[in-house]
Design a protein around this ligand. Structure first.
Ligand SMILES: [Zn+2]
Length: 226
């Protein structure tokens, strides 16, 4: 998985789940993220832009999202990127993981510049977006070097010695990020639909797999080997 901020460390400022905001109980359907060195928002998946808009009608709950972009990924999950200052893609565009789709902002129901990142499998109910990105669901600081070296070493099977060796260099964070994005972009060479067709998975098997948080990893890894 990759982070939705183009580069640099990030802070999670509000986790997913029940919360009290301005004294009111509510449910936070996503996680709030702030980039510490970049405002550019990137797609975390390969996919198609389902929505790129700003709803101004306050009777429509979507107005709270301000400027937002929604990308439907190969795994059937729709990812929402909200409160953007600018949208850089339009409905129907194909995007690859790592492509800039907007700029972090403060539009809609928002009290400071941040990204509201939300994940909806099959476009229905929001699931824990922190789990989806393999991040802790808590207010915390994430080092991109740690995050991306974890990801790349896990996928490629690099040892901790290799990781420590690379991490001595000043360009290590850049290297890990670029590798993680390159790996992520490979997804879809043999996408989920093709895998299902080729393997003859039955609908109930697919449904079973998709319910787990590792589903997108599973489809991607299987696809890379087909
Ligand atoms: Zn939020």
């Amino acid at each position: 998985m990759i982070l939705p901020i183009e580069k640099g460390d990030i802070r999670i400022t509000s986790p997913y789940g029940d919360r009290i905001l301005y004294g009111v109980h509510g449910f936070h359907g996503g996680i709030d993220i702030v980039g510490t060195s970049s405002d550019n928002i990137v797609s975390v998946t390969n996919g198609t832009v389902l929505w790129s808009q700003m709803v101004t009608d306050r009777n429509n709950p979507s107005w709270e999202w301000g400027n937002y972009v929604a990308v439907m990924g190969e795994d059937g999950c729709t990812i929402y990127y909200c409160h953007l200052a600018e949208r850089k893609v339009k409905q129907g565009d194909r995007v690859k993981a790592g492509d800039v789709i907007g700029v972090m902002g403060n539009t809609g129901h928002s009290s400071g510049k941040h990204l509201h990142f939300e994940v909806r499998p099959k476009n229905v109910k929001a699931v824990n977006a922190a789990d989806y990105l393999w991040l802790p669901n808590a207010v915390t600081y994430i080092s991109e070097k740690e995050y991306y070296s974890d990801e790349v070493c896990k996928i490629c099977g690099f040892t901790s010695g290799t990781r420590a060796y690379m991490n001595k260099y000043t360009w290590a964070a850049d290297l890990w990020r670029k590798l993680a994005i390159a790996l992520r972009r490979l997804e879809g060479k043999c996408g989920r639909d093709t895998i299902i067709k080729r393997c003859g998975f039955l609908p109930h098997t697919v449904k079973y797999i998709d319910e787990y948080k590792f589903a997108s990893e599973f489809w991607r890894k299987l696809g890379e080997r087909m």
